[in-house]
Design a protein around this ligand. Structure first.
Ligand code: ADP
Length: 400
């Protein structure tokens, strides 16, 4: 059966069409600059070949219609009836959703209620859902939440030591993100280790432009580095990660900046980009170090590596041990230099890795040696597949 995995952003729409349960990607693509008033771009990849169209795309509804018609025109499907399910990625599910669910008016209302917690993402997701509901009115559709996997955290991990009314009145707590990815690689790691996930204490590192860690024990997420929003935790491509909140008041005073401007600085002008002044992309920082011995580029990477090592140390104590560490996402999967920087800082935990195996890129591999006290894996993430699997599972459960 053909299942679509969808990720609607504020001005973009990413999709993958999969043949399930065979788990074969039939095609994937992205529509960019929707609603910008400028010329947008639609890219579709078929059997490794890319096709690009440029045109003004006023709304997500037009984007969805264009993609679906194109799938038929290119004969990837004969008719829209072949699509038997759609799964939508949702960034914020608040504390209501612990797993993926079929879309109902009530579910949409809950997603709408937590818009204040994810003001950029959730409105776009709702627009995406409604565009697909209009285009495929009789098709089974579900939502998969980035926050769901982390809902198993205990209070001592998800609460902040702030006035309790902030939690009661405004749901101020840690939620965590990238849950679909953390969950996917954790399960894959337990398969590779031939051990039940319940019997593995694991730390998963999802390190891309956005980056977070998750601590997993007894088969459940027990802690994660992102918080109320995705700015918290370790330094990222353009985000600061967790900082002393005093800095915000101080910069407001000395730079005469508004709260909005400072939040933009912390979200868009910090992390790799802010510290190095070179780029948000780890490849450019590596190049600046290798070619020009750029000190700020090195500092940007070191700040992140130290922060990651600190989190791993704290999770080691919180879980009373770690059996496995998994690297995933753009940087975690591809950058051997990044993995080296992190692993060298946690040798004290008994980590040993094979330098040759660590050179491998973008494939599933165990890079720790047999002597290592912690097994270390690189496991490419696949959020689209995880979403499609949930569509199939929920469809079966709902008998639809
Ligand atoms: P996101 O989904 O958060 O946008 P990704 O997981 O796709 O991010 O990761 C993107 C980042 O991965 C890039 O900014 C770059 O720093 C890094 N990256 C991608 N490919 C490579 C590579 N071959 N070597 C090193 N880093 C890479």
């Amino acid at each position: 059966m053909k299942i679509m995995s969808v990720n609607a952003g504020s001005s973009s729409l990413k999709f993958q069409l999969l043949e399930m349960p065979q788990e074969v990607v039939l095609t994937e693509g992205v529509v960019e600059s929707i609603g910008s008033g400028e010329v947008g771009r639609y890219t579709i990849k078929i059997q490794g070949q890319k096709f690009v169209k440029e045109m003004v795309i006023p709304t997500h509804a037009e984007a969805v219609e264009m993609v679906l018609n194109d799938l038929v025109e290119r004969k990837i499907i004969h008719s829209l009836d072949e699509i038997e399910g759609v799964g939508h990625r949702i960034v914020h599910g608040g504390n209501k959703f612990t797993e993926s669910v079929e879309i109902t008016p009530e579910v949409k209302e809950e997603i709408r209620k937590v818009i204040p917690l994810a003001p950029l993402h959730n409105p776009a997701h709702l627009i995406g859902i409604e565009a697909f509901e209009k285009a495929l009115p009789n098709v089974f559709q579900i939502v998969v939440f980035d926050t769901a996997f982390h809902q198993t955290m205990e209070e001592d991990a998800f609460m902040y030591a702030v006035p309790y009314e902030w939690y009661e009145k405004h749901q101020v707590r840690k939620y965590g993100f990238h849950g679909t990815s953390h969950q996917y690689v954790a399960h894959r790691c337990s398969e590779l280790m031939k051990k039940d996930l319940k019997d593995i204490k694991m730390v998963t590192l999802h390190i891309g432009n956005g980056a977070s860690l998750a601590a997993i024990k007894n088969g459940k997420c027990v802690d994660t580095s992102m918080g109320l929003g995705p700015l918290a935790g370790i330094p990222m491509g353009t985000r600061s990660g967790t900082i002393d909140p005093t800095i915000i008041e101080y910069i407001a005073n000395v730079e005469k900046k508004s709260l909005k401007e400072i939040m933009t600085d912390l979200n868009k002008h910090s992390g790799y980009l802010g510290v190095s002044g070179v780029s948000h992309d780890s490849r450019n920082l590596e190049e600046a170090i290798n070619k020009d011995h750029n000190k700020r580029a090195k500092l940007a990477l070191d700040l992140q590596a130290k922060s990651i090592a600190d989190y791993i140390g704290s999770y080691y104590v919180y879980m009373q041990g770690i059996d496995a560490i998994v690297f995933t996402a753009g940087i975690g999967e591809n950058s051997s230099a990044f993995r080296e920087r992190v692993l060298n800082r946690i040798r004290v935990l008994g980590v040993e890795y094979d330098e040759n195996k660590n050179q491998e890129r973008g494939k599933e591999i165990k890079i720790s040696t047999d002597n290592s006290k912690i097994q270390v894996f690189v496991i490419p993430t696949n959020e689209e597949l995880a979403i499609a699997r949930d569509v199939v599972a929920l469809k079966k459960k709902a008998n639809k």
